[in-house]
Ligand binder design. Sequence first.
Ligand code: NAD
Ligand code: DAU
Length: 356
Amino acid sequence: MRRLNNIAVTGGAGFIGSNFIHYIFESTNFKGNIINVDKLTYAGNPENLASIESAFGGTRYFFENSDIGNFNEMSALFKKYDIDTMVHFAAESHVDRSIHGPAEFITTNIVGTFNLLEVARNLWPGREDVLFHHVSTDEVYGSLAEGQYFFETSPYDPQSPYSASKAASDHLVKAYKNTYGIPFTLSNCSNNYGPYQFPEKLIPLMLLNLMNDKPLPVYGDGRNVRDWLYVLDHAEAIWFILNKGRTGESYNIGGENDEENLAIVNLLCQKMAEKTGQPVSHYTSLITFVKDRPGHDRRYAINCDKIKKELGWKQQVTLSRGLDLTIEWYSSNRDWVDHVTSGEYRHWMDRNYGNR
Ligand code: NAD
Ligand code: DAU
């Protein structure tokens, strides 16, 4: 029986991690403690959790500014909080950055995950009431031809430094159960969107450019396909896995909304036109085809029947509704946008967390 009482969330100040923490406190009956372990890279922002910090900080929510690659610090945190559950989000997450500079992806995604597994091996020997949940991506499966889908049984075929680093970490997690008995669950999810996403990813980048009448850079011919999932649906799927998922199993998670990038960008243009009253052509004229991403995977599409049938999870938010919520969030959180896109964000961290 899992204890599920003291949950360490690595990367909890990032996009999905912070939404997951909001979800736990705002939408579940969880009574235990959340320990957010985050190095606060450019992608980590404690501001995402300001309301959680003020409601639960120091009682049921604890923030630890730390690097998952530091064995001594991670061991000390495990002991200090008597961690029984690890939800491991922390990673370098942006494919384009992995192409420009892969080193950090190897260090955090592979060596960092290895380090956490070593801590678990040392501190959880023989335990069956603990769980290491590893948050991974559908990109580990590689690129699909038309009509094909990713299943949990699909062979791994990662194509970018990012997806290769995530594939390596998935394999390590599985090996640590097989070899040392560390109980794990693993999820491979498709593209998330929603509040608090750093505006380097397709949807928030396009939204901010639309709001500022700036060009909308579409890679290649814009016909690459991605599956889109509203981030709180992802958070709920992980919660279901922690509570009901079978140890040693992987679960695919997705929105079942596979769309060409150009279709997503056109939809955003249409929604912005409806919001502002400008003609849609005002926005579509901003679409600019730019040089393709090297090794750009052509198509992702996910089959998530397993989590639906076994755990009773299903998506709650349609693509149209999710995009409306996202547009609303970015329109009414201009301060957040300014902070993450300017030096002010760095100053904010220094003011609130010291000069790290
Ligand atoms: P993100 O880039 O928004 O956040 C990553 C977080 O990890 C940041 O808060 C950062 O400060 C932290 N971090 C980075 N290196 C660290 C280190 N060495 N030690 C401690 N903290 C560190 O990422 P995201 O989009 O929220 O993705 C979270 C996880 O979900 C990643 O593992 C990613 O591979 C996976 N994932 C993301 C998506 C997606 O669409 N964004 C889809 C499927 C899976
Ligand atoms: O599939 C899950 C993955 O989704 C996650 O594992 C990654 O962490 C996450 O970043 C995301 O990866 P993608 O590369 O699919 O996301 P991104 O938002 O960078 O790009 C989505 C698609 O849009 C992709 O085909 C590239 C294209 N694109 C992206 C940007 C940033 C553009 O055409 N123009 C752009 O400016």
